[in-house]
Structure formats: structure tokens, C-alpha cells
Design a binder for this molecule. Structure first.
Ligand code: NAD
Length: 289
């Protein structure tokens, strides 16, 4: 059996087109487009690419994108002052601080300073609590995108066994909450889990969010399972270049799984589309409250 490929690029393009349509309609009514402010500290090349891509996607959706670039040696107080200004700015619906931050700045302090109603990354403790409590809040973009791809696989997932490998606050933990809310029986596996392949083989839905290239081999996968690969790992090629791979050994996994996401072109594009969705949600809540 060869798995169905869950094409994140085309699902994300569809979602972005729907969002752009809604933005066009709302902008006519409200006379103001949704606004996203992205804060980038330093010159980390990967962060620069992420921020640029977010800006392009935001503008394509008809929203206003404003980038704030601060030097690598910025003081925490200066960054907090910028966030306070963005919180108070009526034209800004979403505030996103690109991680990682330099060591002199405490990330938790910065994330806690963002107005929870503008917290489009969903990392503020209030939004984390809302997710765990089953209340409507802003949900982290990557797990939200994973859920959309799981739905795309077209199976009724209520009652299914789901295993999430990875327990970070950005992906693993919120992913488990979303699966639980969708009535799955959820297991969180991590670096200390005993017999990881055996735990993973119980899964009807397997989500890998680890950061270890090709960790999940065919022997981890129950035949027919839906496999979502969140990992983004750059590995060297024989010719001296490099390429991106996920946490799943795609070539062998595709022969066992029922549905699977590729890397690149799987979860990655969904993350940005869900950021736009969160920005639109934050905007609606602000203009309608
Ligand atoms: P993290 O380092 O914060 O967490 C990794 C988790 O994996 C930890 O909880 C750890 O316990 C677990 N782990 C580590 N080694 C393990 C092993 N050998 N076996 C089992 N579990 C193990 O990472 P993160 O921020 O959650 O990101 C995970 C991956 O997802 C990375 O490759 C990252 O680049 C990628 N990512 C992708 C997107 C996207 O948009 N596609 C977004 C965020 C993160």
C-alpha cells in the first residue's frame, strides 16, 4: 500500500484564499484591514526567512504587515516598551515575536507581555490555559495546521489512538490538547519514553515533533495510520549542499502509512496559513467586541 500524500501546500493555498476573501469583505465593512506586527531581534538567517515569508503571506491576504527589527544587543526593557506600544495600537490585531531571542532577553517575560487578545502565536499563559480548559482562545499555529491536515485525511477520528512524539509548548503539548478535544485517546511520547517504536505502533494518528532526522522508521507505524511530520531538519547532501528532511523516514513510511505529510510541503505551509487565520480571528474579536 502507498499512503495518500497530505499536500500541505495546496491545503494552505486554499485556506489563504478563503482568508483573503473574508478580509476583502470585512475591510469593505470595517474600513480597516487586519494588522499583524512581527518583531525580529538580531540577524538569525532562519528567523529572517520566516519573518519575510510571514510578511509576504500577510500582505497577499490583504492584511497590513509591519515588521519591527531590533539589534541583537537590544535590552529587554526596550523590547517590552515596543510590545506595550503595539498592545496599545488600535491598528494592530496580532503581535508576534520571532523566537529565539538573545540570551539577555527573557523569552517568557516577553511572551507574557503580549496582550493575550493579540497573541496570534498562542504562547501566552492565558491562551495556553484556555486551550487546556477547552475555551475559545488563540491556538498555536503549527498544531492547528496539523489538525487541519489530519481532518484532510478524511477519517472520523473520534475514539482513535493518537501518539504525539515531542512535548514542547510550541508543538507537542498543544497538539495533544487539540487531539483530545477531537475525542482521540492521546499518548505523549518524548526523549525518555521506553520502547518508542512499540508506543508509536499503537497510533492511528502519529504526530512527530522532535527535530531528529528520520527518527520514525517504517517499524514505528501501524499499517494505514495517518502520519504527520512536523520536523524540519537540514541535512548534508553528498555533493556538499544540504536539503530539508522531517522526523519521519518518508521513503519507507509512505509504504506503510495510510496518509502522510511530506517535508517540505506538509506542515510548514500550514503554519503560516494558520497565523493568518489567527490574525483574522483576533481582528474579528476586537472589531466585534
Ligand atoms: P523541541 O526541541 O522544543 O522539542 C523536541 C521534543 O522532542 C522534546 O519534547 C523531546 O523530549 C523530544 N525528543 C527529543 N529527542 C527524542 C527522541 N530521540 N525520541 C523521542 N522524543 C525525543 O522542538 P520543537 O520546537 O517542538 O520542534 C520540533 C521539530 O518541529 C523541530 O524539527 C522544529 O524545527 C519543527 N517545527 C516545525 C514547525 C513547522 O512549521 N513545520 C514549527 C515548529 C517546529
Amino acid at each position: 500500500m502507498t499512503a495518500r500524500i497530505l499536500d500541505g501546500s495546496s491545503v494552505a493555498a486554499r485556506l489563504r484564499a478563503e482568508i483573503a476573501e473574508q478580509v476583502a469583505a470585512l475591510t469593505t465593512l470595517q474600513r480597516r484591514a487586519p494588522g499583524l506586527a512581527v518583531v525580529l531581534v538580531g540577524d538569525n538567517p532562519a528567523s529572517q526567512v520566516y519573518v519575510r515569508n510571514k510578511g509576504v503571506a500577510t500582505r497577499k491576504a490583504g492584511m497590513v504587515s509591519v515588521e519591527h527589527r531590533l539589534p541583537d544587543d537590544v535590552q529587554e526593557t526596550e523590547l517590552l516598551a515596543l510590545i506595550a506600544r503595539l498592545n496599545a495600537d488600535d491598528a494592530v490585531d496580532g503581535v508576534l515575536v520571532q523566537l529565539p531571542l538573545p540570551p539577555q532577553v527573557r523569552s517568557e517575560k516577553v511572551l507574557a507581555a503580549i496582550d493575550p487578545d493579540k497573541d496570534v502565536d498562542g504562547f501566552h499563559a492565558l491562551n495556553v490555559g484556555r486551550l487546556w480548559g477547552g475555551e475559545a482562545g488563540l491556538v498555536p499555529c503549527t498544531p492547528r495546521g496539523c489538525m487541519k491536515l489530519i481532518v484532510e485525511a478524511g477519517r472520523d477520528i473520534g475514539g482513535m489512538d493518537a501518539v504525539v512524539i515531542g512535548r514542547s509548548g510550541i508543538v507537542g503539548k498543544p497538539m495533544t490538547q487539540l487531539l483530545l478535544a477531537a475525542n482521540c485517546t492521546v499518548t505523549i511520547a518524548h526523549s525518555r519514553t521506553r520502547d518508542l517504536p512499540e508506543v508509536c505502533r499503537r497510533a492511528d494518528i502519529l504526530v512527530a515533533a522532535v527535530g531528529v532526522p528520520n527518527l520514525v522508521t517504517a517499524g514505528f507505524i501501524r499499517p494505514g495510520a495517518t502520519v504527520i511530520d512536523v520536523g524540519i531538519n537540514r541535512v548534508a547532501k553528498a555533493d556538499g549542499g544540504s536539503r530539508l528532511v522531517g522526523d519521519v523516514a518518508f521513503e519507507e513510511a509512505v509504504e506503510v502509512a495510510g496518509a502522510i505529510t511530506p517535508v517540505p510541503g506538509g506542515v510548514g505551509p500550514m503554519t503560516i496559513a494558520c497565523l493568518l487565520e489567527n490574525t483574522l480571528t483576533a481582528y474579528r474579536r476586537r472589531v466585534e467586541s
